[in-house]
Design a protein around this ligand. Structure first.
Ligand SMILES: Cc1ncc(COP(=O)(O)O)c(C=O)c1O
Length: 365
């Protein structure tokens, strides 16, 4: 049996309805900051329960523009997790600020107990990353941010639809940042991203920053970027957003099955979960003994498993100038050797997920 990690072929096997709207867009010429984008921004804000949503080019743009709108400047320090996707640190670094990493805990996410030790006079913001569709401890992080007068920018790129006691990821901070990359929970036909915020001032600044600093056609307030979300991608987004919760529920059902079955295998450890949270399992990640051998075994049996991510950020070449070394974030480093991501997408059948568990049991026998 084949159990692929990717779902794109199945997801867009009947694209006619989307293509019909793309055709209308092409015929209207409404490509830039068009009506479909406005519609998508409204739907997105309403889905999140946020006041504003602003479409930008990528999730990385969402983070970078959020940092700029929050007033982060060259020389400032921004705290984030050592095990995030590279873009989080890239956004911090490319606005001229210094990424400061903290270690994670057994939930796979930023350990709030370590944040205060990382705060210096230069610290201006924290970017908690809700990696894998999991959820950071936003209550604890918010208390620390308030105490030290720090801005929170949530990297929610992998956690659209996740909730902490009913409140959506991305609505706790000054902004929440989302990606619509093809491998994300809501995935368009290329790159796109979104910033959500309840702040009028932040919304106004991001509207400027994404559009060359233009106040109107002929007046430029500040030199900025061109990173608007394409209207064409918003056409795709408008088609997908209505079914988002159905997609997430299917993934959650697969993850719940894995949690139940894999917790019976002593060589597998399921990360700590909080029963009050709605995790959306962008990746389904557990800790596995003999991880690399297990991945090879599963591959031979037709199951694709992956590692997100094999090298923590402080050990990347790009981080060399920050002066970190092996051993600085022992939990993230140890986890990088044990984590395995199993196929969890919405098209996995009952038979497929049972097969995955059967093959894991067979491997450890
Ligand atoms: C955690 C995280 N942050 C940021 C990004 C950046 O998003 P994008 O690829 O749309 O720039 C991604 C996705 O790639 C991500 O997974």
């Amino acid at each position: 049996m084949e159990v692929p990690y990717s779902y794109l072929k199945e997801q867009f096997s009947s694209p006619d309805a989307i293509l019909a709207d793309v055709k209308k867009l092409v015929q209207s010429g409404d490509f830039t900051l068009g009506k479909a984008l406005e519609e998508f921004e409204k739907k997105f804000a309403s889905y999140l329960g946020a006041k504003y949503a602003i479409g930008v080019g990528t999730g990385t743009d969402a983070l970078r523009l959020s940092l700029m709108a929050a007033g982060i400047k060259p020389g400032d320090e921004v705290i984030t997790a050592a095990n995030t996707f590279y873009s989080t640190a890239a956004a911090i670094a490319t606005v001229g600020a210094r990424p400061v990493f903290v270690d994670v805990d057994d939930s796979l996410l930023m350990n709030p107990g370590l944040i205060e030790k990382a705060i210096t006079k230069k610290t201006k913001a924290i970017i908690p990353v809700h990696l894998h569709g999991l959820l950071c401890e936003m209550k604890k992080i918010s208390v620390i941010a308030k105490k030290h007068d720090l801005v929170i920018i949530e990297d929610s790129c992998q956690s659209l639809g996740a909730m902490i006691e009913g409140k959506k990821a991305g609505t706790f901070g000054l902004t929440g940042c989302f990606s619509f990359h093809p491998l994300k929970p809501l995935n368009v036909w290329g790159d796109a991203g979104m910033v959500v915020t309840d702040s009028d001032a932040v919304k106004d600044r991001i509207l400027l920053l994404r559009n060359n600093g233009l106040k109107n056609r002929d007046e430029c307030e500040e030199y900025a970027y061109n990173c608007r979300m394409d209207t064409l991608q918003a056409v795709v987004g408008n088609h997908l957003i209505g079914d988002l919760d159905k997609v997430l529920d299917a993934k959650i059902a697969n993850a719940n099955y894995y949690d139940k079955e894999l917790s019976k295998i002593k060589q597998i450890k399921v990360p700590a979960r909080n029963s009050k949270n709605r995790y959306v399992f962008h990746n389904y990640v557990v800790f596995a003994e003999k991880r690399d051998e297990l991945i090879d075994y599963l591959k031979k049996k037709g199951v694709t498993a992956k590692i997100h991510y094999p090298i923590p950020l402080h050990l990347q070449k790009a981080s060399k100038y920050l002066g970190y070394k092996a051993g600085d974030f022992p939990v993230a480093e140890a986890q990088a050797k044990k984590i395995i991501s199993l196929p969890v997408h919405q098209y996995i059948t009952k038979e497929q997920r049972e097969f995955v568990v059967k093959m894991i049991k067979e491997f450890y026998k």
